[in-house]
Design a protein around this ligand. Structure first.
Ligand code: 2DT
Ligand code: MG
Length: 209
């Protein structure tokens, strides 16, 4: 049975993730491929609202507590995600467990501890890492005012994302040069996605491989 492909888009703030995710979704729809876009954190759920307050510095939370909320925010949507994939719809995710592991590890939490709560979640078939130098990202109009949106943290996160991709624990991981013009990034994203355009055979995998 053919199911939808599960595609994750990761990267630094201002790397163009949301723009590229929207462009890919539009292209999929134009090609008649059923597809849905999801964003983590999903700030609309009760758990997501706690995360949102934390990110906007309206609430203080222990580093481990907020890490577990980010993971819980994925778990609360995991069954729906699996059902969507099983129904033959391709799912694009703007951020996922890799952001979860990398951002918290960059705060000094042990890497193995950071990965544990996401173990068993649906594993993506492909992760597109939109790679951009933090200074280039900043030049795109500045970071916002949220927690983590500063160059020192972004530089650590970039390094940890790169290591995540090399570790093999992230499954199929394609690094896209997100410093290029928008059209060129979209072209590279499509090239990486194309093998999944007709769906995927077999079960959805589980984190961590
Ligand atoms: P956005 O700017 O994309 O809304 O992300 N983050 C995200 C974590 O620390 N852990 C996670 O599990 C996820 C999904 C990255 C808001 C910030 O939240 C961070 C940036
Ligand atoms: Mg942000």
């Amino acid at each position: 049975m053919t199911r939808g492909a599960f595609i994750v888009i990761e990267g630094l703030d201002r790397s163009g993730k949301s723009t590229q995710a929207a462009a890919l979704l539009a292209r999929l729809h134009a090609e008649g491929i059923p597809a849905a876009l999801h964003k983590f954190p999903d700030r609309t759920t009760p758990i997501g609202q706690m995360i949102d307050a934390y990110l906007r510095s309206e609430a203080e939370l222990d580093d481990r507590a907020v890490h577990l909320l980010f993971s819980a925010n994925r778990w609360e949507l995991a069954a729906q995600l699996n059902a969507t994939l099983a129904a033959g719809t391709t799912v694009l995710c703007d951020r996922y467990a890799f952001s979860g592991a990398v951002f918290s590890t960059s705060k000094g939490l042990p890497a193995a501890w950071c990965r544990a709560p996401d173990a068993g979640l649906p594993a993506p078939d492909l992760t597109l890492f939109l790679d951009i130098a933090p200074e280039h990202a900043r030049a795109r109009g500045g970071y916002g005012a949220e927690r983590y949106e500063n160059e020192a943290m972004q530089a650590r996160v970039r390094e940890l994302f790169a290591r995540m991709g090399e570790s093999g624990d992230a499954g199929m991981w394609v690094t896209v040069d997100a410093g290029q013009a928008q059209d060129a990034v979209a072209r590279d994203v499509w090239t990486a996605f194309e093998p999944f355009a007709r769906g995927v055979e077999g079960k959805v995998g589980q984190l961590w491989p």
